[in-house]
Design a protein around this ligand. Structure first.
Ligand SMILES: Cc1cc2nc3c(=O)[nH]c(=O)nc-3n(C[C@H](O)[C@H](O)[C@H](O)COP(=O)(O)O)c2cc1C
Length: 230
């Protein structure tokens, strides 16, 4: 494979996107003002991201490790956060679902670029209980419930038409039955952190990084706070 410049894609086209040097500097994060509990600090920053207009502030990039050690990432939506951890919902037979069943560890990254902030959470993952998954399923719009039932997430399919046929068939069934049950394979996972990093962009790339960490498998609390070099 050659890495010669492709004449169809001359370098200058990328100049604007790749070579900007935006300076981050308006805010800071220090030990005197950060909350002593990372969940409290996360709640603060999530509320600020929402109030300050971050698009989909609860979107997070989830990194997992497949059974053969291959890493993979994708965006999912945070649907609950409390002392137990960060919950999201998906198809447990999807690529990420299978990865989490064989390697129950993960990392999620909240990319709040417009605030010059990111939060990275790492820890162990467990399934959300059936009752809780049922309760969340019930809050989803009907169309989303039908799509999740029709789609075997991450599996190949011959065409869009085939998928739409499955949806149409389910819509008929639902009209008759009046409800659509949560498929066994669809449900939540909860990431219980042992590490939470808060990153605040600062001027000249001299950023603030505060990391909370605790023993793996630790129960509530027990957080140590450290500053990392940027
Ligand atoms: C903004 C955004 C939010 C998403 N939220 C979810 C979600 O909450 N759950 C989910 O299963 N997929 C979600 N997706 C789709 C995933 O990124 C991904 O395509 C899908 O889950 C399949 O991933 P996998 O094949 O790695 O398992 C979202 C995508 C975007 C861009």
């Amino acid at each position: 494979m050659s890495d010669a410049i492709d004449p169809e894609r001359p370098e200058p086209r990328l100049e604007h996107a790749l070579h900007r040097h935006t300076d981050y500097g308006a805010e800071e994060l220090d030990e005197a003002h950060v909350a002593s509990d990372p969940f409290v600090q996360f709640d603060r920053w999530l509320a600020e991201a929402d109030a300050r207009g971050v698009y989909e502030p609860n979107a997070m990039v989830l990194g997992t490790i497949d059974a053969d050690g291959t890493p993979s990432s994708r965006t999912v939506l945070l649907r609950g956060v409390d002392d137990r951890g960060f919950a999201f919902y998906t198809d447990r037979e999807s690529r990420k679902g299978r990865a989490l069943e064989s390697n129950p560890v993960a990392t999620v990254l909240f990319p709040w670029y417009t605030l010059h902030r990111q939060v990275i959470v790492t820890g162990e993952v467990r399934r959300v209980g059936d009752g809780e998954s049922d309760a969340y399923w019930a809050t989803r719009p009907l169309g989303s419930r039908i799509s999740a039932t029709a789609s075997r997430q991450s599996q190949p399919i011959a065409s869009r038409a085939e998928l739409e046929e499955r949806v149409a068939a389910l819509e008929e069934e639902v009209a008759g039955a009046g409800e659509i049950r949560r498929p066994e394979r669809w449900g939540g996972f909860r990431l219980r952190p042992w590490r939470v990093e808060f990153w605040q962009g600062r001027t000249s790339r001299l950023h603030d990084r505060l990391v909370f960490s605790r023993e793996r498998g630790a129960d509530a609390g027990g957080w140590r706070l450290e500053r990392l070099q940027p």
